[in-house]
Write a protein that binds this ligand. Structure first.
Ligand SMILES: NC(=O)c1ccc[n+]([C@@H]2O[C@H](COP(=O)([O-])OP(=O)(O)OC[C@H]3O[C@@H](n4cnc5c(N)ncnc54)[C@H](OP(=O)(O)O)[C@@H]3O)[C@@H](O)[C@H]2O)c1
Length: 252
């Protein structure tokens, strides 16, 4: 998929990796970029310079991915999209057993799994009408191996991994390419408390588009993720053990 002249929509684009995707899309010459986020008013206030500078290219859309009606409405509004980037996500640092109740686990499933599911369902006909296009799901290396410090988040990202495979198969006929991105620790609000080296969000955005242009479906970009991909096939259980050892006392 070529990014130049594409019409893209990015969820959760007000900060972190989503914001980096918006910037990289502009840099790469996308024709139009729908920046979807929960609160466009706060964004307009805090980023008025950026919003004005790219007024012709960037359009803000109010979208909470857990609201199915809003997902459908965004597909009606952005009916020219040929690239959907499902980036919105939430991580609540809780253990599966030590969490007080199921609230965090349900919220992570609601945003990371069901939110992405309603977006791909809403946008599949749009992508079909626009020649097939592409979907990019932002997963995580935690989709493949559970990080016990993020036990329920990892489970929701594992569900998203399965969704990505299923959607890829279902949309082959309409020629929609489905990409999965598996970052390691990235320097955003989400990973603020993670005691590991972190790559900048811009590296993920630029690396995604370079990989897409080469036709790579499953994309590992930052140094941790690249090393993980190399070793994962040989030692998936080794990684599970290594990540288990990183469990902070507050959770174990
Ligand atoms: N940072 C990492 O180390 C890392 C590693 C692997 C994967 N990822 C994945 O990368 C993606 C982006 O994360 P990030 O690191 O950029 O985190 P972040 O800085 O915390 O940003 C999360 C984004 O998701 C949005 N969001 C949360 N719930 C939403 C909802 N219900 N509807 C719409 N938007 C919602 C947030 O919007 P608000 O501002 O309104 O809350 C925010 O824009 C996520 O899917 C995350 O799981 C991150």
């Amino acid at each position: 998929m070529n990014i130049k002249d594409s019409v893209a929509l990015v969820t959760g684009s007000n900060r972190g990796i989503g914001k980096a995707y918006i910037e990289a899309l502009i840099q790469k010459g996308a024709k139009k970029v729908y920046a979807a986020m929960r609160d466009t008013e706060v964004y307009k206030r805090d980023h008025s310079g950026f919003a004005n500078e790219h007024k012709g290219t960037v359009e803000l859309i109010t979208l909470d991915v857990t609201n199915e009606e809003q997902a459908k409405r965004s597909a009606d509004l952005a009916s020219d999209v040929d690239l959907l980037i499902n980036n919105a996500g939430v991580a609540i640092y809780q253990g599966l057993i030590s969490a007080e109740n199921l609230e965090a686990a349900r919220q992570e499933m609601e945003v990371n799994y069901f939110g992405t599911l309603s977006m791909v369902r809403a946008f599949s006909p749009v992508l079909k009408n626009n020649g097939g296009g592409a979907i990019v799901n932002i997963l995580s290396i935690a989709s493949l191996v559970n990080f016990p410090m993020l036990g329920s988040y990892s489970a929701s990202k594992a569900a998203l991994y399965s969704l990505t495979q299923g959607v890829r198969a279902e949309l082959t006929e309409q020629e929609t390419q489905v990409f999965g991105v598996y970052p390691g620790p990235i320097d955003t609000d989400m990973a603020a408390g993670v005691p590991m080296e972190k790559a900048p969000p811009s590296e993920i955005a630029q690396g995604t588009f370079e990989a897409m242009e080469k036709g790579t479906e499953d994309i590992f970009i930052d140094p941790f993720a690249v090393q993980f991909e190399k070793e994962y096939k040989d030692k998936p259980f080794g990684y599970a053990k290594q990540f288990a050892e990183m469990l902070p006392e507050s959770i174990s």
